[in-house]
Design a protein around this ligand. Structure first.
Ligand code: GLC
Length: 564
């Protein structure tokens, strides 16, 4: 009997609607644009599409500031367009997954408007209000994730409210049962519309500490990252289990929660038999080039062994219990070919290396729009060209830290979330075929070379490599079910691992550097078959610059003497 669920066997494709496809010509992507591209998505082998928020929103954080959870943002379309998208996707075997932003709302949500109207309002307690320190300063020294204090003073009622993110994103008070009830109702409303699951935003922040107090200063602004104070607080899982009971339990959907700061050891409490979610987007393998305070201007050295260890720890933690959502990109991260490879790396080979890992780890691969084309970071000439609220906050912090404007801008080039938000590159036509109007955000200039239309024609393209990977993953059960074992652990150039199922092994070898490398895996002997690689041939025992290979070995076999 097949013990795997549909969402374990499929691929998830993440769409940032604002940047995906504009059907109306206003320069902003929309739901009908997504519907138009469903065949393209289906051809990738995708069974679920995660839409970042499409609800009514002032768009201070591009939809992560929700003003109405049960209606569609007019710039994206109507509820009828949404229902049509769900139906059209279903016809193609694709389920739509909604993003639930439940840590906070927009300050334009009616709940917050009521809450701030009067200390005695019945919704006052739906948010987190606090008196100033005796000297009038904010209640604690916490820095919000986008920079600046995590507290904003409200003149009308004379108290501060807490916001983990921007001041326009006040945090909800999950201690209040009415709040939890209304959030569960919203999730059920979307299930009734036929969605296939949820990605749940910033969930680690919903539970606040009992005592709100200052923490040691960790930045040039004299503040301390709010994350250190509020992430993953004791008791959080009780709420999440309630959420599961009231909404997800027993339904044929999947849940994947964004949980920055949950370590691999903690995973069994979050996912699997006794966990609250099916999968957890933890970030232990990301941001390895940054110190804890998450300041872009304080980078830490990146090493391949750090990445390998983080991935292996998460693989081990989810191999028996739970399931891993493999990802290397999303709308908050720079492009993977820039994040994981040296500056001058061959981008096409690099994109295939990261794709190889994405598809051969144990778990469900999450592909972020444009990743399948090997889209890259951008470099704009001034901070004014950027839309991303986090980029602006981090730029200001870098200046405070004493960096010049140019240096501060260079941090933005490296880490900006806009790197991932430039419009999707469909063709080499004007605006990459994304819009007939003026795009809301500049395109990456390389769209003439990097675009889906062109890559469909080119057998050697990154896109066609994704198609091949999807086929291989579907054909070989071992890639779904086999266990994971790391090889060559101390190697700083090669990431190697096996997937093992009974007598069979799949061996994955990826060279993350430009230097050729001889490898030896002494324990294995015999013959193997090359399933896939990003070079035309495969000489024995040598991996060339940014080379990736996937071998299938049956019985006591090795990768020596394999033929294509
Ligand atoms: C999550 C989202 C990010 C957003 C933040 C606040 O981290 O992925 O884009 O800015 O939550 O909602």
């Amino acid at each position: 009997m097949d013990s795997l669920k549909w969402w374990q066997k499929t691929l998830v494709y993440q769409i940032y609607p604002k940047s995906f496809c504009d059907s109306s010509g206003d320069g902003i992507g929309d739901l009908n644009g997504i519907t138009e591209k469903l065949d393209y998505i289906r051809n990738l082998g995708v069974g679920a599409v995660w839409l970042t928020p499409v609800y009514v929103s002032p768009m201070v954080d591009n939809g992560y500031d929700i003003a109405d959870y049960k209606n569609i943002a007019p710039e994206y379309g109507t509820m009828a367009d949404m229902e049509n998208l769900i139906v059209e996707a279903k016809k193609r075997g694709i389920r739509i997954v909604m993003d639930l932003v439940f840590n906070h709302t927009s300050d334009q949500h009616n709940w917050f408007k009521e809450s701030r109207s009067d200390c005695k309002n019945s919704k006052r307690d739906w948010y987190i209000w606090c008196d100033a320190k005796p000297n009038g300063a904010p209640p604690t020294n916490w820095r919000g994730i986008f920079g600046g204090s995590a507290w904003t003073f409200d003149e009308a009622t004379g108290q501060y409210y807490l916001h983990t993110f921007a001041k326009e994103q006040p945090d909800l008070n999950w201690e209040n049962p009415e709040v939890r009830r209304i959030l569960y109702d919203i999730a059920n409303f979307w299930l009734d519309k036929g969605v296939g699951g949820f990605r749940i935003d910033a969930i680690t922040y919903i539970k606040k500490p009992v005592v709100l107090k200052d923490l040691p200063i960790d930045g040039p602004d004299g503040m301390s990252n709010v994350h250190m104070a509020t992430a993953n607080q004791p008791g959080i899982l009780e709420y999440l289990h309630e959420f599961k009971r009231e909404v997800f339990a027993g339904k044929d959907i999947f849940t994947v929660a964004e949980a920055n700061g949950v370590s691999a050891e903690e995973l069994p409490r979050w996912v699997g038999k006794n966990g609250a979610f099916d999968m957890l987007l933890e970030f232990n393998h990301m941001n390895l080039d940054m110190e804890k305070a998450s300041l872009w201007c304080r980078p830490a050295p990146w090493k391949l062994t750090k990445l390998k260890k983080a991935l292996s720890d998460s693989q081990k933690a989810t191999t028996e219990n739970g399931w891993y959502p493999a990802f290397f990109e999303n709308h908050d991260q720079p492009r993977s070919v820039n994040q994981f490879f040296p500056k001058n790396a061959d981008k096409k080979l690099a994109a295939k290396v990261i794709a190889t890992v994405l598809f051969t780890l144990k778990g469900t691969p999450f592909i972020y729009e444009g990743q399948e084309l090997g889209m890259t970071n951008t470099k704009w000439s001034s901070i004014e060209c950027y839309d991303d609220i986090a980029s602006k906050g981090q730029y200001a912090l870098a200046l405070q830290e004493g960096f010049s404007k140019q240096q501060a801008l260079e941090f933005v080039w490296k880490y900006s979330r806009d790197n991932a938000r430039t419009p999707m590159q469909w063709t080499s036509a004007k605006n990459a075929g994304f819009t007939s109007g003026k795009p809301w955000l500049s395109l990456n200039e390389n769209y003439n070379e990097v675009n889906a239309g062109w890559q469909m024609q080119d057998e050697d393209s990154v896109l066609r490599y994704y198609h091949r990977l999807a086929k291989v993953r579907q054909e070989y059960d071992i890639l779904l079910k086999g266990s994971y074992e790391e090889l060559l652990e101390a190697d700083e150039q090669i990431y190697a691992y096996m997937r093992v199922m009974k007598e069979k092994k799949v061996i994955v070898l990826c060279n993350f550097s430009e230097k050729e490398k001889e490898y030896s895996l002494p324990k294995l002997s015999g013959n193997g078959k090359l399933l896939l690689g990003n070079y035309a041939d495969a000489p024995n025992q040598i991996l060339r610059a940014y080379e990736a290979r996937v071998y299938l070995c049956e019985g006591r076999t090795t990768i020596e003497g394999c033929s294509k």
